[in-house]
Design a protein around this ligand. Structure first.
Ligand code: GYE
Length: 326
């Protein structure tokens, strides 16, 4: 097609309308004033595992390095408490809130309350239901991993390396949380195209070690022929190893263990031969979170998602990677 002057004018008008729309959506967000130092909130969801502790430390270290005041709360595994924590940060007049929303839906009122109070929110590590709140409109952005891709990568590794094993138990993360929903979707969608693999059962272990152990024990009793366990995080995978051993089986031989997170303990378990493969999900958010807040204050356009790159660990690289795992 020959590009006429008229066509050019139409496409220029469309582009400027689109960017005006983007600006209007963006303008709905509360601004962040440019200052030398800030008082920011970090609403953590729980502290019952090394991933959470590493994330909290990363945020605290970054606040200290920049001389920012950090108002830290721990919801202790309760979405209702996390909503109350955000409300208390609003009452304390923080400049911005970093929120790790425990579940996709219950934290929406907290995001809307912050927005209503003129306080921008940056979501860390878990996302919220996109039909109820949107990046660039209700909160600034989501910083975290691509959880669908994490689940897909574990499934892809398994399909290539299962060596005849095929009967899977899945330990899901916290019900209603974005990583649990998406790690299941990425994995399940991939194996749907590989009918030689059978998902015998899939149940939540709440991202917790002991719950993971209990659920794996029950599932192994109901499905003694299971030979693969895919856990949505390291904690449940480590719990599942205890369950496998309690059933008189050998993890890494009778049952292949797969996980997501990639902390030091699990990377060592790969070296020990008990765990087969792990997709990383880094908890070290501090530098990126604070940089994003500064970029926002400077008026830079922030993409709706800032995706962290994840490495992948198996027997081929675990020893070499151990020192750099969180
Ligand atoms: O995998 C898990 C943690 O939301 C990505 O939550 C995070 C997950 C992480 O408790 O270990």
């Amino acid at each position: 097609m020959r590009i006429s002057r008229r066509n050019l004018m139409i496409s220029a008008a469309a582009a400027s309308a689109a960017s005006a729309f983007a600006r209007a959506a963006f303008a709905e967000l509360p601004p962040l004033a440019k200052k030398d130092t800030y008082k920011v909130g970090f609403a953590q969801t729980e502290s019952n595992n090394p991933w959470r502790l590493a994330q909290t430390k990363s945020m605290q270290d970054e606040a200290a390095a920049r001389g920012w005041q950090l108002v830290y709360t721990d919801a202790a595994g309760s979405a209702a408490k996390q909503v109350a924590d955000v409300n208390s940060m609003i009452a304390q007049g923080v400049d911005l809130i970093f929120l790790a929303p425990r579940e996709e839906k219950p934290l929406i009122p907290a995001i809307m309350a912050a927005k209503g109070a003129g306080i921008p929110v940056i979501l860390l590590d878990r996302n919220v239901d996109q039909s109820l709140a949107q990046a660039g409109v209700d909160y600034v952005t989501f910083i975290g991993s691509d959880f669908i891709e994490e689940g897909r990568r574990v499934a892809e590794w398994m399909v290539t390396n299962a060596g005849g094993k095929s009967k899977i138990l899945q330990l899901e993360g916290t019900t209603g949380s974005s990583p649990a929903n998406d790690r299941k979707k990425g994995f399940d969608d991939y194996i749907a195209a590989h009918p030689e693999f059978v998902l015998l059962a899939s149940q939540t272990g709440d991202f917790a070690r002991d719950k993971g152990r209990q659920v794996a024990e029950t599932l192994l009793q109901a499905h003694p022929d299971a030979d693969i366990i895919y856990a949505h995080n390291d904690e449940m995978a480590i719990g599942a190893i205890s369950a496998v051993e309690a059933a008189g089986k050998v993890a890494g031989q009778d049952v292949m263990i797969l996980s997501i997170d990639g902390g030091k303990e699990i990377v060592q378990l790969i070296i020990d031969g008990k765990v087969a493969a792990v997709c990383e999900c880094s908890p070290l958010f501090g530098p990126k979170a604070f940089d994003t807040a500064v970029a926002y204050a400077n008026g830079e356009e922030i993409p709706p998602k800032l995706i962290n790159p994840d490495r992948f660990f198996d027997a081929s690289n675990a020893a070499e990677m151990l020192a750099t795992a969180y």
